[in-house]
Write a protein that binds this ligand. Structure first.
Ligand code: ADP
Ligand code: MG
Length: 214
């Protein structure tokens, strides 16, 4: 079963110096449970593609379908709801909220999805244990190492049990041994049934994928 499908999508950014073609006629699909790695030179449109698949941006032309629903035709509110509940994002620079602890960062998307306090805390405890951060739950992002911040970001991405995790160069700012731990974690996330699309130049991360696009 397809989770997300892009058909002939293009994204053109109008700029004062002339339109920038970030992506041209790209088609791809990700099936439930797949682990897909995307590599390619800087500027070739990888982040743009991730944004289109995750519904944070809309294509200039072409169609994106998520679990059978047309992402482009959907209202912004519906798209936001779908992002919150079905899609998890992980970024190179983590983007944890700096004023919230690791646990609060993991709780926030659940609160936004309407999960009650008790099950929310239980799920957060479970997720922090899953990523090996139980003893860092009450740390602010500034009190975490890079690898710990990324693990907190992964826990947050999984908070609402998404069908798909989209990761944009998630080990780009981490050293090699820390990256290997993150690669192990992503592999476990995928083995536990979540589809993954990872943009990465890290061979350890790309090697775990069942399919690679360049
Ligand atoms: P990658 O992630 O593969 O490095 P991007 O998807 O970030 O590439 O960008 C693809 C191209 O589109 C680049 O040439 C970039 O400069 C351009 N681009 C990306 N986002 C924007 C934007 N918001 N406005 C204008 N141009 C953009
Ligand atoms: Mg990029």
């Amino acid at each position: 079963m397809a989770i997300v499908t892009a058909r002939e999508v293009s994204r053109i950014f109008p700029m004062p110096a002339g339109p920038v073609i970030a992506l041209k006629d790209v088609s791809m699909t990700i099936a439930a449970g797949e682990y897909v790695a995307i590599t390619g030179p800087s500027g070739c449109g990888k982040s743009t593609l991730l944004h289109l698949l995750g519904g944070v941006d809309t294509p200039t032309a072409g169609a994106v379908t998520f679990e059978g629903r047309d992402l482009v035709a959907m209202s912004e509110a519906d798209r936001g709801r779908l992002r919150l509940t079905r899609i998890g994002f992980v970024f190179q620079r983590f983007f944890l909220l700096p004023m919230l602890t690791a646990a609060e960062n993991v709780e926030l998307p659940q609160a936004e999805a309407g999960v009650a306090a008790a099950p929310r805390r239980e799920r957060t405890r479970e997720l922090l244990a899953y990523v090996g951060l139980s003893d860092r739950a009450d740390h602010l992002p500034s009190q975490l190492s890079g690898g710990e911040m990324q693990r907190a970001a992964i826990a947050r991405a999984l908070a609402n049990r998404p069908a798909l995790v989209l990761a944009d160069e998630p080990t780009g700012e981490l050293d090699e041994s820390t990256s290997d731990h993150i690669a192990d974690l992503f592999q476990r996330v995928n083995a536990d049934g979540t589809a993954l699309l990872v943009v990465t130049h890290n061979p350890a991360l790309a090697a775990r994928a069942t399919r690679r696009l360049a």
